[in-house]
Ligand binder design. Structure first.
Ligand SMILES: [Mn+2]
Length: 226
């Protein structure tokens, strides 16, 4: 099975409980749509756990991108790499001591989108043309993919055949419950992932205490709460 989630924000314990709940095994695939770090207290612990999972596809969100921009700015100012690592560790006030160069390199290698025949995963949104068709993601900048401000709006329904998974904004900010919000296509029943225009994954975990994931194969959502 393929499980997709987003915006875990350092909530390592909830994440582990969610994996337990779905019975996650080596034959399953996990896709995280960014913002694994910050807000919660276990950013680096969670990131290292995700980096250690062989069957995980991890994307960068705006929080990882901001961290990388800080890293790149430090590297321009000094060649003292020990000092750079000290400053990067201080970026994470709760568990920065767990940060090592391997983790930094893994952050830097994170892609900004993931695309299959049936769906697209991205942190904040995908570029659309004036008719609502998805433009090629290779042409999109990281900034557009991690900071998009419009894609979350309920009236923005991409017309392309693929379903778009995204997070970035808690669904509660749009007046919905702290659950995964799916947008079913007209006349479809929701048993196949392509029956959906888009699926908004951000349950606002840091605020709501609820973390959810969506299973691609059976289109079911799973949740754990604090
Ligand atoms: Mn975000």
């Amino acid at each position: 099975m393929t499980y997709i989630l987003s915006d875990i924000h350092g909530e390592c314990e909830l994440f582990c409980r969610l994996l337990e709940k779905v019975g996650f095994s080596d034959e399953d695939t996990l896709i995280s749509c960014g913002d694994m770090i910050e807000k919660g207290k276990h950013s680096v612990r969670l990131a290292r756990l995700l980096f250690s999972m062989k069957n995980a596809v991890l994307l960068a969100g705006n929080h990882e991108y901001n961290f990388l921009k800080y890293y790149w700015s430090l590297m321009q100012k000094t060649e003292d790499y020990d000092e750079v690592l000290r400053k990067l560790r201080a970026y994470f006030p709760h568990d920065g001591d767990l940060l090592d160069w391997e983790a930094v390199d893994r952050f830097e290698a994170l892609p900004y989108f993931y695309e299959t025949e049936e769906f697209i995963c991205v942190h904040a949104g995908v570029p659309l043309d004036s008719e609502g068709h998805i433009l090629p993601l290779k042409g999109a900048s990281p900034e557009q993919l991690v900071y998009d401000r419009n894609f979350k709006e309920p009236d923005i329904l991409p017309k392309s055949e693929k379903c778009v998974f995204f997070g970035h904004t808690p669904t509660i900010n749009l007046g919905f419950e702290p659950k995964i919000k799916s947008y079913l296509r007209e006349g479809k029943r929701g048993y196949h992932v392509c029956d959906y225009h888009k699926i908004h994954l951000d349950t606002g975990t840091y605020f709501s205490g609820i973390l959810g994931c969506f299973c691609v194969e059976d289109c079911r959502s799973f949740y754990v709460g604090k």
